[in-house]
Design a binder for this molecule. Sequence first.
Ligand code: GLC
Length: 768
Amino acid sequence: MTNLPTYTQSGQTVTFDFATNLQLTVLTASIIHVFSDRGEPGASYAIEGDKQQPTAFTVTNQGDHYDLTTAELTVHLDAAEHVDVDDAAGHPLITAYRGNRQLLDKGVDKVHQRLVEAEGHSISGATVEDNRGYQVIEALAPDEQLYGLGDKPGYLNKRGYEYDNWNSDIPDAHLETFTKLYKSIPVLLGLKNGHPYGLFFDNPYRSHFDLGKESAHYYFYSAVAGNLDYYILGGASLKAIVTNYTYLTGRTPLPQKWTLGYQQSRWGYSASQHEVQEIADELEKNDLPCDAIHFDVDYMRGYRVFTWDQQKYPSGPGQFIAQLKRRGIRVIPIIDPGVKQDPNYAVYETGVKNGYFVKSPDGKLYINQVWPGNAAFPDFGRPAVRNWWAHNVKFLTDLGVAGIWNDMNEPASFKGPIPDNVVFSDQDRPATHQKMHNVYGHNMARATYTGLKAQQGKRPFVITRAAYAGTQKYSTVWTGDNQSIWPHVQLLIPQLCTLGLSGFSFVGTDIGGFGADTTPELLTRWIEAGLFSPLFRNHAAMGTRHQEPWVFGEPTLSIYRKYLKLRYRFVPYLYDLFAQETQTGLPPMRPLVLNDDQDPRNREINDEYMVGETVLVAPVVQQGQTKRLVYLPRGEWVDFWNNREYAGHQDIVADAPLAKLPLFVQKNTLLPWGPAVSHISDQPDTTMTFRLFGDHGTYDHYQDNGTDFKYQAGEWNGYHIVVDHDQVTVTLTHHGYAAAYATIRVALADRVVTLTYQPATKTYLEQA
Ligand code: GLC
């Protein structure tokens, strides 16, 4: 047996003297950083600031291993560098696999492989071991579920599948066979024999997860390069793991309230002012609430970013945007990273002059193609380039846009992939595309956020397609180019819930589907299924069948309208959930397992989700289905539509004709019930309503101006509402925002209680 290495301790870092040193740093009692320097310079893109808190821990020599123990976790480290982790009660969470990998044998020789591939099939999977970089192999227990990894398609429990982290623009229909999509969010959440843990691998290089596909006995992570750099996350529940992970990588900041409203989009609208005008008119004419229209690439002058084709906009873009704003509709233009190669175009010229674009290894400008044809790619890893980009954003904010949609920032390229050795910067240090690829979208979104914040003074609304762990601090995300197919309305549930588990709370899919032609039934089920997705946008590709709510006539239009109106009723609830999320990292839209990881049934539910703690959504995601099985978790439940009550922990059959989204509220819940509006106003609400489900309840409600950062200086109000034995009390628990509601209404089963604000005493009194 080999001897244990010696170690040195400096503050909360313990360095073990192996051939290559291994460091364990205690950040908090439940977050331990594992690091081994493999010569890769540079800091994390995911984690900003010092996350270490003074934490008590001990290191003890146990003869054949060391124990590093905090109040929450024990890390065992032996002479062979096996890292095992137990929780405080001694339950194993992470156990290094002691055996050798057994490569998956698909039983195919070279000749047959060629034959299979000749028809266009591919043989995937690590049939050959990749010996670059390093791998971390952990034992799998028979009862162990694995969650997380961001936008990867497929099911909630990712055990049994393999995934790659290499941000990719994938136009084909995303299915569970796809190992990668647009985002790299290398965080895993596990439940080993019911005990929760997390592992975050903070390495932007190309990496791979095999989650028990190769073998039922282990899962592994491998990266082609970079330091061994990962975080062990502990906590009493999956919720605590998410809270700890978002403590580390940051949380979605409080959004502007209107961003929770409905948004309409289609690639092609913005090619003419007239067409956008028509969309705004139709929305109004058809009584469809809406807060934003997105402007895809067509508004620009020849796809030149930070330009606007004036000819397509006779009123001038500024005037037109102002005109839409007066009608309650905000404008969100798209911005891609590729800058058109054109010596007569200021953005390109400035970029070239200052060396702001990435370069070929020979030092020449690197050019590939995107929408504008030949294009150069901003070197977003450099602070100076991010500042320049942030400054360019002013072109759009001066015109009055309300937010910016960042696309194609994997970065996508039409003329073959960007070679690994193209020179990108890692801060101010030369690095490679290989290293900076997965953080490209992250850095672009960050630059956009900085520009919007400085120029608007409001909470920036950025939407990005590509992302890395931690991008949630700067941007909302959507899931890219889905298609108008039933598997994609099914996918939105596990995919958005998985993003939520991976730190991304503000998420959405293209409602109705982006590619391919939707059907009236599919569009209807999509608006129902996605009703609580925080980003709530209908978007479609050019050349597909139109899918605005009115194009299919009745009954599609009326059903769609009914759900848009219902969404606006729930906006104050979603906003409250975001206010909580800034403190806890818990996403508004979440899988059942996040609310209760001890109910084994919750661990595999892919066709229901929850909104906060109390609302259960069970959409129909199959063509032609009009009834469905609904698993009601712990507690008692009230059918939202008819108040019928059900005990939890049972399966029920819910009626779900086309116009009905099965929706349940936990019994004895109070929910805020927003006003019936067509747009979310920046003016304070003078009245707020709460609705009781059951016969008693309490609720904490948050209010601020919904737009800027004044809430951070205390300008917000907190309300505590209690309904008990038919008595309603409202307490203003925090009063920092002057415009407290003048009237609060609480809808009970048989009457509405109205309370009015008494400014002198800052209390609410029931009106007789
Ligand atoms: C990409 C985006 C899509 C957009 C299109 C044109 O495919 O994912 O949303 O409409 O580019 O800009």
